[in-house]
Design a protein around this ligand. Structure first.
Ligand code: GDP
Ligand code: MG
Length: 301
């Protein structure tokens, strides 16, 4: 080996943007592995989470963030904003994601937070697969580049994995030299228990449509390997009796569906047979209570 090939590079890449533009989908597809949960609901991502990709001498550490919320009436929203903003400390690069030409005040708000950043900022225009009129793209790119000077502007489709190579190549070209922060086989900074809880939360979020209680959380009570089977007990916390009934569904039909879909995702992620038990419990007022949030795994930042 020559000295040159011994140089390792490593960087933290924060993925920022308003809710629902496709940040978590982008991270999953860049990693080629579903780590972060996604859905049409704006509140899906609550926690900051790292997704790590190590290839040869390069390590890219993506930081998926909750979208930055406009109003902060409850402790849970304030916590999500802290998670999103704290991702900006110590990053080497920012990927700012927007949804096609749908520029809103919420996007401007995120852009504002980037004003004083000195690291490179790449603008990703996501969901181009949904664009009826691709001719609108160029004028919009021109307009966006008057808002800030971006180091790259890349239109792509996270969901269809279109043009992701281009983004990855750009990210690599900006990676600073430095030692790797994680082992080559590490995929995330989060524990398996955390990932399991998130999978259950995703299934509930997707199943419940508009009935989704704002204050719903999942706690893993038991997570243990016995022989070839992973036994996982998950507790679903809601605030009211009516919400409990909605989650359970008619004769337990919804719970069964949630459990089945969650188990399938867990088996794929953990590469193991999974026995999953779900329970629903009422715990009043937890989303207003900062201490209860901390005990559920929100970081105090
Ligand atoms: P986040 O809140 O920014 O993390 O957004 P998510 O990753 O949860 O995605 C929000 C919704 O947009 C989900 O329903 C995704 O499937 C969808 N989505 C994300 N990227 C794309 C894309 O490139 N094309 C299309 N058609 N849908 C996308
Ligand atoms: Mg997300």
């Amino acid at each position: 080996m020559t000295a040159e090939t011994d140089v390792t590079r490593c960087g933290f890449v924060a993925i920022l943007g308003r809710p629902n533009v496709g940040k978590s989908t982008l991270m999953n597809h860049l990693l080629g592995q579903k780590l972060a949960i996604t859905s049409r609901k704006p509140q899906t991502t609550r926690y900051q989470m790292m997704g790590i990709e190590t290839r040869d001498n390069d390590q890219i550490i993506y930081v998926d963030t909750p979208g930055i919320h406009q109003d902060e009436p409850r402790a849970l929203n304030r916590q999500m904003n802290r998670e999103a903003t704290s991702a900006l400390r110590d990053v080497d690069l920012v990927v700012f994601v927007v949804d096609r030409t749908h520029w809103t005040e919420a996007d401007a708000n995120v852009l504002n937070k980037l004003t004083h950043l000195e690291c490179p900022v790449m603008l990703v225009i996501n969901k181009v697969d949904l664009m009826d009129n691709p001719d609108e793209l160029l004028p919009h790119i021109e307009w966006l580049s008057t808002q800030r000077s971006f180091d790259e502007i890349i239109p792509l489709s996270a969901l269809r994995s279109r043009n992701l190579d281009r983004l990855e190549e750009c990210i690599r070209s900006y990676l600073p030299e430095g030692p790797h922060q994680f082992d080559a086989d590490e995929l995330t900074d989060r524990s398996s228990r955390f990932l399991a809880a998130e999978i259950v939360r995703e299934k509930i979020t997707r199943q419940l449509g508009d009935e989704l209680p704002y204050a719903m959380a999942v706690e893993i009570e038991d997570f243990r390997q016995e022989g070839r089977t992973l036994h996982i007990n998950a507790l679903i916390l809601v605030e009211r009796h009516g919400q409990k009934k909605i989650v359970i569904g008619d004769k337990g039909s919804r719970m069964r569906k949630i459990g089945q879909e969650a188990r399938e995702d867990m088996e794929a992620l953990f590469d193991s047979k999974v026995m999953l038990h779900l329970w629903v419990k009422i715990r009043k007022g937890w989303a207003d209570d900062e201490r209860a949030l901390r005990s559920l795994g929100y970081r105090d930042s």
